[in-house]
Write a protein that binds this ligand. Sequence first.
Ligand code: ADP
Ligand code: MG
Length: 613
Amino acid sequence: MAKIPINLKEGSIQEDDVIVGIDLGTTNSLVAYVKDGEPVAVKENGKHTLVPSIIHFDREGAVQVGDLARKQLLDAPERTIYSVKRLMGKSYQDVSDQRNYFSYQIIDDDREGLVKIRVDNRFYNPIELSSFILKELKARIERAIGTSIQKAVITVPAYFNDAQRQATRDAGKLAGLDVLRIVNEPTAASLAYGLNRVDSRETIAVYDLGGGTFDISILRIEGGIFEVLATHGDTYLGGDDFDRAIADLWLHKQGLESEQLNPEQKQAIRILAEDAKKHLSTQEYFEERFNNKQVAISRSEFEALIDPFIEKTLKSCRKALEDAGLSISEIDHVVMVGGSTRIPRVKEAVSDLFGQAVNDQLDPDEVVALGAAIQADILAGNQKDLLLLDVTPLSLGIETIGGLMDVIVPRNSKVPGSVARNYTTSVDGQKNLKIAVYQGERDLVEHNRKLGEFVLSDLPPMAAGIPKIEVKFLLNADGILKVSATELRSNKEQQIEIRSAYGLSEEEMAQMLLDSIEHAQEDMAVKALRESINEANHILRSTDRFIEQNKEHFSRDLLDELSNYREALSQAIQSADKNLIEKSMQELNEFATPLAHQAMDMTILEAMKDRKV
Ligand code: ADP
Ligand code: MG
């Protein structure tokens, strides 16, 4: 007889385990699941499905994620973290040249270890930060479907290396999720696309241009099997670059350098530039005010700005086709993924390259999460006629004499899988052999990324060239690697699990898990009130600072009036009434915002005067 699981919390009969699909994006994240055989993305209160991948910390360290955090980009850039995905699995060294891009503080005390972000006196690593986003998504779907969720499939860009995949998996764990599978984003997208094409045989290109990353994948779908033939891309190319190009153009026209702006102004112009970009996807012209001056851009101006970026993506497409050994005419469909593919120029350029109209029927924002949900459903055993073969995006190998990279698993090899190769010693009586494992496409290991190393020790004394050492690479379905070395004559064996250099130790992980459990137990209402109070206190402090700094700029009357609003908010905090606090905050904000704009303009004018001298 079958067992009937009971949901202990509700006393009801537990539905089958729901496994969710998560698109953990650089810019936006979302969660989806398969409902009655169809993948659906989860909406909050009937609003949009996207959760901005933004994390805000208030002064007390309380966390907000998503739209609420996004609102803080302007007011508190130093405590509002965006694009954390760009930092996943990276050391400070890896990201130091992008430092200007982040308006929050990246710590450089440990150049080689996992990068850390400082907010006040707290330190966060990218894994923790990503786990906040995942927790938010988990909470979202739990609210939507009313049961608790433990299992997930999470997507990553095809170009993520081992360290980045590990970091993503760790973030899931930290959020209380059992990550069943890490799937490449374009692969997930093709799965969403191919769901209804089980009977056909097609070759598909998936063009994914998001906020921070670009990926192109070539896939073959046949008899329900999705096979990735090749992938290519750029982890530093996306809509963010377009925003920056617009902002730089505007600043240039005003004779300003981005270095002359304070963090608030930098964010303001970045957000305005993004508005302009989105506007131009449907309109011909954008016009607004910044610094009390007009800023404008036409669609053709915008297109000229982004053409070099688009050309780069096309180059990647050609490269992927080459890797797959296919000509353009062999591609049956081109699928568009990612918010930036809403830009008409992008569609046009990709259509031109492939000589066919692109397929943009799927919602470019949701398609990856929907595919992840389908993959989750496959893992749950609900979709027996679908199977997914994936490939490893970068070559894996070991260092040999002279610092050369000896590739053992070439890029675009299928995973899961294993490859073995034999080596020998170069010195008589050699007792130890160091195996250093690298990932990358360059011939010298120093240009590739080191994943780890280990020593096969206590070899019995033998003449050079006699030992037969088998090095075996085992890649699991996530593209995560285990390496073993065996001396076949003596059967000496050394197995090593390549632990990512930028991962977390077990202790760190345990501590973080404890912390997060503590956090989760807090009562929601109390937490919401606390968040309001924190935000209100923050506004009070900013107001005080503002009054102090702008004594000369404004009349006594205006400043008195501002003080009155400030006082009202202060009273509201005492009352501990969340609604009253929110209302007072809003009133204070409405009064103060125009003043802040005026003050900003005056400061800029002063800065420009200084420059001319
Ligand atoms: P990611 O996968 O990196 O999280 P998304 O696929 O969510 O990114 O895409 C986000 C990007 O898409 C942002 O740069 C955003 O500005 C851009 N975007 C969203 N909507 C539009 C639009 N209508 N026109 C142009 N760009 C858009
Ligand atoms: Mg994406």
